[in-house]
Ligand binder design. Structure first.
Ligand SMILES: Cc1cc2nc3c(=O)[nH]c(=O)nc-3n(C[C@H](O)[C@H](O)[C@H](O)COP(=O)(O)OP(=O)(O)OC[C@H]3O[C@@H](n4cnc5c(N)ncnc54)[C@H](O)[C@@H]3O)c2cc1C
Length: 453
């Protein structure tokens, strides 16, 4: 079969890996000049890597890790110590470290030993989160009608633990506050956290997600005959009388004809090009339930090390919610002699919630972030800032607000030769690299089974 895939984020690339492996003729059309979508990385004029966003791999990402293995990139990421590190005011760091015991005892002991929670917080957390630890998929789904804050309060868990511990996790997962995110994804994560020790550990790419993951996937697809076109934006579909796709028209007027068409576009881009006839189907109308979360990634290059933490860090009360010194966490990039990196820290910071920041000038945002960094890492007050970058993504992953999960579309659409991949489609993970990878695998399987392969 000839299969055209639109969008070279992880979802489109994962679908391509599956389909070239089955011997199909695959063509990928990507709007930008760089592959990877939300995990894309490019070089600035100094040769430094600029990330769309700081990315970590979770231990539970089985599909993503299996792709990394398949394309020969299984050694391109590095596990970190299993702990949650919070950067506090005046340079203080507090740590939630799982004890070396089977789940959930490792987490219970970790919680009891943590010094930034009061005894009341700890007891209310252990009691309150119990339903999440023992719950199953049906229970998680049933909790999708309320926000996480509502769920947390109903379970009697303390307000302090909500603000101190879980707010940062909500911002890290979906870039929205706990009083906006649905309870469902949060308690699903608690379940992983409390039942499977290895599922919640973090790894960083040894270089960056572009060089360590997207590039090996690109090479794999092309080595198997897949063709990838960049600067190739899908503009519209032309339809047959039965509303199936006759051809796909690119921005430059090229007409693509294939046996099957996969959209691996983000949902907000897909909505713009849906033929009006298709809106007769609830399946396509439901896509309008999804709204993207705004997020910003900021990178700061300092002339010396301002921290020695080799891990992801969380912070609350600052513009940045999660961050890392990538000169430490990513040992094969951001090092001395690479671009402007000179042995100093390279902080990569995810700013969320970002809706109020999108229209602010980059210099203003950077100044606030630097001020906050001085507070969290006092050593930085003596350091010289060499360079900074800001990447704004007005619509990134879809907002996992209450009652939206049920609208996530199946990869098979009502149009016989049209299929969907993407982190927002129906798979058991939230929008994430694993969700995108799973959607790629599912779309390939469902497409082939619809065509009797
Ligand atoms: C700041 C940030 C940090 C994140 N951190 C993590 C993390 O630590 N761990 C994790 O698991 N996930 C993380 N994520 C989420 C993760 O990046 C996404 O869930 C995942 O990469 C989405 O993949 P996708 O293929 O579904 O979509 P995308 O990556 O959005 O890919 C869609 C592609 O379609 C292309 N496209 C759009 N319109 C057209 C068109 N008309 N024609 C052709 N091509 C088009 C786009 O350019 C893009 O390349 C993070 C995201 C952000 C923004």
């Amino acid at each position: 079969m000839k299969i055209a895939i639109f969008g070279a984020g992880l979802a489109g690339l994962a679908a391509a890996v599956e389909l070239v492996d089955k011997g199909h003729s695959v063509e990928i059309y990507e709007k930008r000049k760089v592959l990877g979508g939300k995990v894309s990385v490019w070089k600035d004029s100094d040769g430094d890597s600029i990330e769309s966003g700081l990315h970590i791999v979770f231990g539970g990402y089985e599909q993503l890790q299996s792709y990394l293995k398949r394309v020969g990139a299984e050694h391109n990421y590095k596990w970190k110590e299993h702990s949650l590190i919070y950067a506090e005011e005046n340079g203080k760091l507090t740590v939630f470290k799982k004890a070396n015991l089977p789940s959930p005892w490792g987490e219970v002991m970790g919680c009891l030993k943590t010094d930034f929670l009061t005894l009341r917080d700890k007891l209310s957390l252990i009691k309150g989160l119990y339903p999440a630890i023992t719950g199953d998929e049906a229970y998680f789904r049933s909790q999708d009608g309320m926000t996480y804050s509502e769920w947390h309060r109903r379970k009697g868990a303390s307000e302090h633990s909500l603000q101190k511990l879980w707010r940062a996790i909500a911002l890290a997962m979906n870039f929205i506050e706990p009083n906006i995110i649905s309870a469902r994804p949060m308690i699903t994560i608690f379940n992983y956290f409390g039942t499977n020790y290895t599922a919640t550990r973090f790894a960083f790419f040894r270089k960056n997600p572009g060089d360590s993951m997207i590039e090996p996937i690109r090479q794999y697809i092309q080595s198997k005959g897949g063709r990838i076109f960049v600067d190739a934006k899908l503009s519209r579909f032309e339809l047959n009388n039965d509303d199936t796709i006759k051809g796909a028209v690119l921005r430059d007027g090229h007409n693509i004809v294939a046996d099957a068409y996969i959209s691996a576009l983000p949902v907000h881009n897909l909505k713009k090009i849906l033929p009006p006839q298709w809106l007769a189907h609830k399946y396509f109308r439901n896509l309008h339930e999804f709204v993207g979360s705004p997020v910003i990634n900021c990178q700061l290059w300092f002339d010396r090390k301002i921290t020695d933490i080799d891990n992801l860090m969380f912070s609350q009360g600052t513009l940045f919610a999660t961050f890392a010194d990538v000169s430490i966490t990513c040992p094969d990039d951001f090092q001395s002699g690479m671009g402007t990196a000179n042995g100093g820290s390279v902080m990569s910071l995810v700013l969320a919630p970002a809706h109020q920041l999108l229209d602010m000038p980059n210099e203003v945002i950077t100044d606030i972030v630097i001020e906050e960094i001085h507070n969290r890492f006092p050593k930085s007050c003596d350091a010289r800032l060499l360079k900074s970058t800001i990447v704004k993504i007005p619509q990134s992953v879809y907002k996992a607000v209450p009652d939206v999960d049920k609208f996530r579309p199946d990869q098979i659409s009502p149009v016989k030769n049209f299929f969907l991949a993407g982190d927002y489609t129906d798979q058991h993970y939230l929008a994430s690299m694993e969700g995108a990878a799973l959607s790629g695998k599912l779309v390939a399987e469902k497409l082939l089974s619809r065509f009797g392969n």
